[in-house]
Design a protein around this ligand. Structure first.
Ligand SMILES: *Cc1c(COP(=O)(O)O)cnc(C)c1O
Length: 223
């Protein structure tokens, strides 16, 4: 199956309220262009440098999502164009995003990354951290960011019931945080689900899935 076939067959199964982010990390421009020509306009990358390079080369009507862990000192490289930052997990990072967004006279949309996996390696906040962040005085001063919801990554496991529990935890966290809606917290997105688990994620309330290998094929990190 071609990239175009993969993309169209996934899209044909998605409910209308679910947005597909095509995760193109490590893939060459030609692969992204094939998805673009099949109509895809949202691409997700996990390294800022790679996203900046692809953004420079590719058509300008693409929405670029940063789905990886973000280092504060690199926010400036993507601040002029990034359309959604999925992995925000602390107030200081948000402060830097707000500062850089202001320099470019724009508002940058972000998601709070919530730790739902049992693995130590996954980043993210718990419910308490997220509530504290959203209620902090500093946060209420950020006029150049909008928190649009939450993002989470399930444990890397075959155990479907564990993955389901973790997705349910993210949905619950979202449902609790909704009460804190404010001028810069407009919760509408639950970003969860990847190639192996996006159907389960959608059943658990996902509104945005991040799919890489099912569209572009397996990644080869040795190149
Ligand atoms: C790589 C990645 C994905 C996509 O993974 P696939 O299994 O290839 O679909 C989704 N989300 C994040 C945060 C990723 O880093």
């Amino acid at each position: 199956m071609s990239i175009k076939d993969n993309l169209l067959s996934i899209k044909s199964t998605l409910p209308e309220h679910v947005t597909l982010v095509a995760v193109s990390k490590t893939k060459p421009i030609e692969a992204l262009m094939e998805a673009y020509e099949a109509g895809q306009r949202i691409f997700g990358e996990n390294k800022i440098q790679e996203m900046v390079q692809k953004h420079e080369i590719m058509p300008k009507d693409i929405n670029w999502h940063m789905i990886g862990h973000v280092q504060k000192n690199k926010v400036k490289y993507m601040a002029s164009f990034v359309s959604l930052i999925h992995g925000v997990d602390n107030l200081r990072l948000l402060e830097e995003i707000n500062k850089q967004a202001k320099k470019h006279n724009r508002i940058i949309d972000c998601l709070l990354q919530i730790k739902i996996a049992s693995e130590d390696s996954k980043f993210g906040m718990n419910l308490d951290d997220a509530q504290n962040l959203l209620q902090s005085e500093l946060f209420s001063e950020f006029k150049n960011i909008q928190i649009k919801g939450v993002m989470g990554m399930a444990t890397f496991t075959e155990n479907q019931s564990q993955i389901k529990k973790e997705f349910q935890l993210l949905k619950q966290t979202f449902d609790t945080l909704i009460q804190l809606e404010s001028f810069n917290f407009k919760p509408e997105i639950i970003s969860m689900g990847m190639s192996g688990d996006y159907n389960l994620a959608i059943a658990c309330g996902s509104t945005m899935i991040r799919v890489g290998s099912s569209i572009f094929g397996e990644r080869n990190y040795s190149n």
